[in-house]
Structure formats: structure tokens, C-alpha cells
Ligand binder design. Structure first.
Ligand code: 5GP
Length: 184
């Protein structure tokens, strides 16, 4: 059985960028593609960035027990499909999940052996600057995400590993070290 790596932390903290770097450095890792009810952003493709589902499709999968974890985030639903995890883990392929904090807690309860890493911003103002700067969310959405972020930051002490993403190269180095040390 291969390891599952959960990478969590507030929106805009750089999880996506760090994970891309991580997967380049450790190419045996595979990324779980999540399901969501939010619409695709420009450039996002169905089945690649997310499985984009309608509310009805998502709720049916919840009812059928298809999710390892799922959570509501800023008014939308997100979840990790069992089908993204189980075959890979049984085949010995280590899998990376990029999820928010409530989902990370559910994975911790269901799979205590999963390695959990919290990515923290240097500060809340720095997070705001990044969320505004990446330009993917309108101002109301940025404010929603910052409110969630304040709560998520309080969850840091629950995590065995915390990486502060101040300088990207240093944060990536630290993340690679943590994952590499836990690959079986
Ligand atoms: P975004 O809309 O920016 O792509 O994602 C919003 C938040 O949902 C991010 O914190 C992201 O990590 C999280 N997220 C993405 N996929 C999942 C998932 O499968 N489960 C959970 N719980 N959160 C997810």
C-alpha cells in the first residue's frame, strides 16, 4: 500500500504551485483529481483540473458513498473520489491530495497513516496580496476566501508538518524533504 499525502492550507497560499514543483521533483507521485460544483476557470479542463459536476451529480455521489471526503468551501462543494485513490494506493502509487482543511480532517480520521502537510502564508496581508494578484477570483470571492483562510489558519497546530510559503524555492525544498522522507 502506497502513501497518501494531504497538502492543505488556505486558498491563495501557493498549494498548486508547490504541488507542481513537488511532482516534478518526485515524478512517482500522482495527483488526485477532485470533484467540484464550482464552474471551470478560464483554462481549466474537465477531468484534468477537476471533475466539474452539477449539484445533482455531486449529491448523488455523496449519497452513493463515492467520496473519501467532501466539504463545502465558499459556497461550493469539493470532494475526493474513492476512484481517484483506491486503485493507485493498492498498486503502490503514492497519491497527493490538494484539499481544504475540513477535508484534511476527514482524511485524518479515515486514514491516520496519511501524511498531512499544512502550507501557511507568511501573514494574512500577504495572502490577500496573492489572492488579489492571481486575478482568478472577483473581489467578493477574494473576501469570502480570506474569511475562510482566517479560520483555516487556526487549524495549523493540528498538523504534523507546517511549511511557511514565504520564499517559494525554500518552501518547495522543505515540502520535497517531508514527502521524500515518507515515501515507502
Ligand atoms: P479552488 O476553487 O480555488 O480550486 O479550490 C478551493 C479550495 O478547495 C482550495 O483550498 C482547494 O484546496 C480545496 N479543494 C480542492 N479539491 C478539494 C477536495 O477534493 N476536497 C476538499 N475538501 N477540498 C478541495
Amino acid at each position: 500500500m502506497a502513501r497518501v499525502f494531504v497538502i492543505t492550507g488556505p486558498s491563495g497560499v501557493g498549494k498548486g504551485t508547490l504541488i507542481r514543483g513537488l511532482m516534478e521533483r518526485l515524478p512517482q507521485l500522482e495527483l488526485s483529481v477532485s470533484a467540484t460544483t464550482r464552474g471551470p476557470r478560464p483554462g481549466e479542463a474537465d477531468g484534468v483540473d477537476y471533475h466539474f459536476l452539477t449539484r445533482e451529480q455531486f449529491d448523488r455521489k455523496v449519497a452513493e458513498g463515492d467520496f473519501v471526503e467532501h466539504a463545502d468551501y465558499a459556497g461550493r462543494s469539493y470532494g475526493t473520489l474513492r476512484s481517484e485513490l483506491e486503485q493507485r494506493v493498492h498498486a503502490g502509487v503514492p497519491v497527493v491530495l490538494e484539499i481544504e482543511v475540513q477535508g484534511a480532517r476527514q482524511v485524518r480520521a479515515a486514514m491516520p497513516e496519511a501524511v498531512q502537510v499544512f502550507i501557511a502564508p507568511p501573514s494574512l496581508p500577504a495572502l490577500r496580496t496573492r489572492l488579489v494578484g492571481r486575478g482568478t477570483d472577483d473581489p467578493a470571492e477574494v473576501e469570502r476566501r480570506l474569511r475562510v483562510a482566517e479560520e483555516e489558519l487556526q487549524a495549523q497546530p493540528e498538523f504534523a508538518h507546517v511549511v511557511v510559503n514565504d520564499r517559494l524555492d525554500e518552501a518547495l525544498e522543505r515540502l520535497v524533504e517531508i514527502v521524500d522522507a515518507n515515501l515507502d
